[in-house]
Design a protein around this ligand. Structure first.
Ligand code: UDP
Ligand code: MG
Length: 326
């Protein structure tokens, strides 16, 4: 056991209950290794613990493996979604169900080292309500993914009123107060990193070495990441909408100046038939600008549409809890 855990044990008022939220999509191959590393840490940092495993529409035997493991570990609370709702929905569900004084979302693929939890709990005991875990480096990711992640954080933070810290994912410790605040946020389309940052509270950051995935492949490919980035930006910024006022103003002003120039020139030199090139260029350019503007409007209207439908963020098929636990 590492020294943080020993130090925690020596302080006698441990947190009563710690909740781990673990979204899982096709993680069967990781489950045993994950629990083998996680459980000793949890036993050393809290009086009791619960691990909320959300089976987010896996196609493999994640659910049956979880149910088998629950016999040995009654602390597992297994949620089975009716289909794949995505990681953000799974995290939301975990927050709704968690009962702990401390709640920690983490991935099931061992990319988030469970040993970091001892350090987080120590900081919580010092009075921090949120302890963020920041990746030390992203060298185990491809060049493209690193670059796009960097640009995303930079762009997002420049144009949004809420700043999300770079390289901090969903792995973080939250006090009960923070969880209660997050549960009050009603939006259906949820960009959790942004919502976490929006809630505020007393925060500190620690760093951790992000390991390689224990088994299996990442669920987040280029297209899904692109959508997540769009979601992030349109959730917390209206700049993409407002910018059209300025683009429109600049184009209209240029068009007006050009018109004045044309009138003056016609008055001086007489009418001029050629001009096809400038005409078609202006036409295409303006057409493009209008379509992009419409696309941006569409994105936001789509979001409004999504919110007014008031559909639940997720649907649970079954909640499996050990009898003595519930
Ligand atoms: N995950 C999920 N639903 C999804 C996609 C992913 O619950 O639709 C879970 C996945 O099982 C893992 C975590 O979210 O525990 C992070 O996913 P992954 O490791 O695939 O992404 P990466 O670490 O590459 O960002
Ligand atoms: Mg992963």
């Amino acid at each position: 056991m590492n020294s943080d855990a020993e130090l925690l044990r020596s302080l006698n008022d441990l947190p009563k209950l710690i909740s781990i939220i673990c979204p899982m999509k096709n993680e069967a191959a990781n489950l045993t290794a994950f629990l083998d590393r996680l459980i000793p840490v949890l036993q050393s940092v809290a009086v009791s613990y619960e691990i909320i495993c959300i089976n987010d529409g896996s196609d493999d035997d994640t659910l049956s493996k979880l149910l088998k493991l629950q016999v040995t570990y009654p602390q597992l609370r297994i949620v089975d979604f009716s289909r794949n709702f995505g990681k953000e929905a799974a995290l939301t569900c975990g927050l709704d169900l968690a009962r702990g004084d401390i709640v920690i979302p983490m991935d099931a693929d061992l990319q988030h080292p469970p040993e970091t939890i001892s350090e987080m709990v120590l900081l919580w005991r010092e009075g921090y309500e949120v302890v963020l875990a920041k990746r030390q480096h992203r060298s185990n990711e491809s060049w493209l993914r690193r670059k796009t992640a960097n640009s995303f954080y930079r762009l997002h933070n420049q144009i949004s009123e809420i700043h999300i810290p770079a390289d901090v994912g969903d792995f973080r410790l939250m006090d009960r107060k923070v969880v209660e605040a997050l549960k009050r946020l009603p939006e259906r389309r949820r960009f959790m990193k942004g919502l976490f940052a929006w809630a505020g509270f007393r925060q500190t950051t620690i760093s951790f070495a992000c390991e390689d995935r224990h088994a299996g492949r990442s669920n987040f490919t280029g297209w899904r990441l692109w959508n997540l980035a769009l979601e992030g930006i349109t959730s917390f910024s209206t700049l993409p909408l407002r910018i059209w006022i300025y683009i429109g103003a600049v184009i209209s002003l240029s068009a007006f100046t050009y018109a004045v120039y044309l009138v003056v020139r016609t008055l001086i030199y007489g009418p001029d038939v050629p001009g096809y090139a400038s005409l078609i260029t202006a036409l295409l350019f303006l057409g493009g600008v209008q379509l992009t503007g419409l696309g941006v409007l569409g994105e936001y209207i789509g979001r409004i549409y999504g919110e007014v439908k008031q559909r639940p963020v997720y649907i649970i098929r079954d909640l499996h809890e050990a009898e003595n636990e519930s």
